[in-house]
Design a protein around this ligand. Sequence first.
Ligand code: PLP
Length: 403
Amino acid sequence: MSPSAPSSTGTGSSHLMPTYPVPAATFVRGLGSRLYDADGKAYLDFLGGLAVTSLGHSHPAVADAVSTQARTLLHVSNLYANAVAPDVARTIDRLLDAGEGRVFFCNSGAEANECAIKLARKWGRAPGLRYTVVSALNSFHGRTLATLHATGQPAKHAAFHPLPGGFRHVPYGDLAAMDAALDPSEVIAVLLEPLQGETGVNEAPTAYFAGVQDLCRERGILLIIDEVQTGFGRTGRWFGFQRFGLQPDVVTMAKALGNGFPVGACWARADIASAFVAGDHGTTFGGQPIAMAAAQAVLRVMEEEDVPALAERSGDRLRSGLLALPGVASVRGSGLLLAAELGSAVSTSVTMLALARGLVVNAVTPTAIRLAPSLLVTEAEIDEALAILAGALSDAATAGAPA
Ligand code: PLP
């Protein structure tokens, strides 16, 4: 293809690997809950970059922190300390409220889970060798080879065998199946999401999580909770596991921690974290001053605004508004991580129709759309999004109606 040939996607993406669906829009600017395309058309963003921009776009405190830090010190390597990371680790430890812990900083959710899996393996080396991690079917834990194997979606595995091994999957919410899978001579950890975000905002009963935690405690197995999508206020608590009164051993997080700046973290209780010694794990960029400045500003604003309370309140308004829309059969999820079940395979067309009307949502399953707006979303923005969605659902019903 000549340099000036039109792109295969029609969006100027011809030199990018074709790992994502053809994009339906190109955004050039964002402010609060709004995104703008190159023509200046505004869109209400009710997806938040897949639950990432929890303080909205271009939040001034985050933008100032990143630009100030960029003019002060971007990077020093992990051979030296920096002034910001310990403070961010301390804040995460306090918000988790799960016992004194230690934090490893990385750059993404998959890396946070890689760290958790490696830590569990190292922790499980004596006495005997245990390394199996049990996770749930329909889970999502990342795209690296180990986290892909942890991800309980066999269809996503098919093209990438051989996978690293050491993973077993059980149905989400099925305590008997978990019980049967937890052979303490082989299993070192259970890895679970408090809400399965990527595969449909699927819920499991509170009693399930308490039961899994009891099984883990009885059998000396670590409980790792993946809060990459649910963490930092999204579900109406600081962390999704807090809805179930759990005390996990390891917690992974990313997405909202940087409000768009790439930051991930793996927290472990201090006695477990001490299984790692210098040289066991590392990353060039994780925990560097620029990312830590972003996270520090994000956490400060989140605490000032009390984002869990906002997510709970706004989530109630969004949920009841969705339930009142013709075409919405049910709503699942917590806080501001919700899925509207449409009852038939129209979610892709509803998403496209909503985009045309200026609303960004996501077809999380063929029959459901996911909503994960900024936790600072206003009541007026929620009502506006509901009105746009009502129009898109009506358009879809008209398009699907027999002539
Ligand atoms: N874990 C969960 C629960 C996620 O939702 C995601 C991403 O959607 C990941 C892990 C992977 O995170 P990342 O894409 O930052 O590697």
